[in-house]
Design a protein around this ligand. Structure first.
Ligand SMILES: Nc1nc2c(ncn2[C@@H]2O[C@H](COP(=O)(O)OP(=O)(O)O)[C@@H](O)[C@H]2O)c(=O)[nH]1
Ligand SMILES: [Mg+2]
Length: 302
């Protein structure tokens, strides 16, 4: 049988579970997850290498309707990903709600792209079984779906066969990436994201969107000595205002301590090493307005 290889774009409105699905399909945590929109800031590539195929999955920031600075950039990144893909996974959330404006907009973009597109109905774990058929019926005629695939990315229900379906729509080609490469992201960038994930999870609405995490030091000199080795990481969390800094640090430093502890545990899992993490918070008014600042914050520059 011929070897297949290509790109599969994961698209849909914010919060439907795109990043959760990427991690599930990879069997590794690559993208950070939260219930807040704008958790995913740029494109994320995850590579699954199998004996007969190599599937490059591209997670995208949500397709939504909002205009202006950050949002426009993120939508642009998602659209470019669709244009570059061989197959599209269009994610929706299983639920009785009417199709909202953001979803409709996202669907229009996907229809216009004329690519093989799977309708993936996520979060079936929160749905009674009998509620699924009406959802499929409502969606079935909105596009010429190549397949309809209900699953739960969170619970891993019905996920196993999905990559077989995806692989069918990839061109016959040699592998594009070395077998051991599972992402294009560097470890230090993944560590920066793990800190941002904890900030998203542990602070309210006012902080996360004007936050960037910079890794100032990523010292691996002791990584391979000792049983597990040690990585020393120093991170600066940028915010725009003093009030945000105060929230991040918390009473007696408790919030920052909690953010540091949880993200350090995640880093240790990622790096299979002990991590010695130091974090600082720095106020830098207006960093979100500058292109350089945006790039540092992990938004794709185009
Ligand atoms: N119940 C349930 N929740 C899910 C599922 N997949 C994702 N979620 C949750 O939905 C929220 C958004 O997930 P995320 O992957 O960040 O969505 P994205 O914005 O589309 O990337 C998070 O709180 C996830 O835990 C699922 O299959 N079932
Ligand atoms: Mg995401």
């Amino acid at each position: 049988m011929a070897h297949r290889a290509g790109f599969a774009a994961i698209v849909g409105r914010p919060n439907v579970g795109k990043s959760t699905l990427l991690n599930r399909l990879l069997g590794q945590k690559l993208a950070i997850i939260s219930n807040k929109p704008q958790t995913t800031r740029g494109k994320i590539l995850g590579v699954v290498t199998r004996p007969d195929s190599q599937i490059a999955l591209v997670d995208t920031p949500g397709l939504h309707t909002a205009k202006g600075g950050l949002n426009a950039r993120m939508v642009q990144a998602a659209l470019q990903t669709i244009a570059d893909a061989d197959v599209v996974l269009f994610l929706i959330e299983a639920g009785p709600a009417a199709i909202d404006a953001a979803t409709r907009k996202a669907l229009e973009q996907v229809v216009a792209a004329h690519k093989p597109t799977l309708l993936v109905i996520n979060k079936i774990d929160i749905l009674p079984r009998k509620a699924l058929l009406p959802i499929i019926a409502r969606w079935k005629d909105l596009h010429q779906w190549t397949d309809v695939y209900p699953l739960s990315a969170l619970k891993g229900e019905n996920v196993d066969g999905l990559l077989n379906v995806v692989a069918k729509y990839l061109p016959e080609a040699e592998a594009m990436f070395p077998a051991e490469q599972w992402t294009d992201k560097q470890e230090r960038d993944l560590c920066s994201e793990l800190i941002r994930e904890q900030i998203l999870r542990q602070t309210g609405q006012e902080v996360p969107y004007s936050t960037a995490v910079l890794i100032e030091e990523f010292d691996e000199t002791q990584r391979k000595t000792g049983p597990k080795g040690l990585v020393r990481i120093t991170a600066t969390i940028l915010v725009e205002r003093d009030s945000q800094k105060a929230i991040l640090i918390g009473k007696g430093g408790s919030k920052l301590k909690e953010i540091g502890m949880k993200s350090r545990l995640e880093m240790e899992r990622l790096l299979s090493a002990k991590v010695f993490l130091t974090t600082h918070v720095r106020v830098e008014p207006g960093w979100t307005k500058s292109a350089k600042g945006m790039q540092r914050a992990g938004y794709d520059e185009r």
